[in-house]
Design a protein around this ligand. Structure first.
Ligand code: FES
Length: 146
C-alpha cells in the first residue's frame, strides 16, 4: 500500500513536469503570442518581425493571433492592416510602386488606411494598432476605427 502511494505521487510529478514543459514549448512556438495588454507579436518567415528588418516603404505580411497582418513601414511610421481581402479572402500585398495595397486575385486596390480604391471589394481592410517594442519586435493590438 505504501509503495502504491509513493508510485502515484511519482507518476503525478512526472505528468505535471511534462505538462509544464509542453506548455512552455507551445507558448514559445505559438506564433503571435499575446502579452498581458493583449498586444500580439507579429511573426514573419524567420521569427518575430522587427521594425529594423523592414526597409523604408516596405510591406510584409506576417502572422499573429489576430490572423494575417500586412505591416507597412513608411519612414519611421508603421501601419498595420488586416491582410485578408474583404472581397473573397485572398492575401493582399503592399505595392510600393503604386503606393497601394493590392489583391492578386481579382484586382481590388486599397489605400494606406485600408480604404477601397477599386473593387470588387466593397469593405475596407481593418486597421490595427501597431507598436515596435524596445527589442524592436512589432506588436499589433485592437482594431482602430476610421
Ligand atoms: S479576393 Fe481580393 S479582389 Fe477578390
Amino acid at each position: 500500500m505504501h509503495r502504491r502511494v509513493i508510485n502515484a505521487f511519482l507518476g503525478l510529478g512526472v505528468v505535471s513536469t511534462l505538462g509544464g514543459f509542453a506548455g512552455a514549448a507551445l507558448a514559445y512556438l505559438w506564433p503571435g503570442a499575446s502579452d498581458a495588454s493583449g498586444s500580439n507579436l507579429l511573426v514573419g518567415r524567420e521569427g518575430p518581425l522587427s521594425a529594423a528588418a523592414l526597409g523604408e516603404d516596405e510591406g510584409v505580411v506576417a502572422r499573429s493571433n489576430l490572423g494575417k497582418v500586412l505591416v507597412i513601414r513608411r519612414g519611421e511610421r508603421l501601419i498595420a492592416l488586416q491582410a485578408t481581402c474583404t472581397h473573397l479572402g485572398c492575401t493582399v500585398a503592399w505595392n510600393s510602386s503604386t503606393q497601394q495595397v493590392e489583391c492578386p486575385c481579382h484586382g481590388a486596390r486599397y489605400d494606406l488606411l485600408g480604404q477601397v480604391l477599386r473593387g470588387p471589394a466593397r469593405e475596407p481592410l481593418a486597421r490595427l494598432r501597431v507598436t515596435a517594442g524596445a527589442g524592436g519586435g512589432i506588436r499589433v493590438g485592437p482594431l482602430l476605427r476610421g
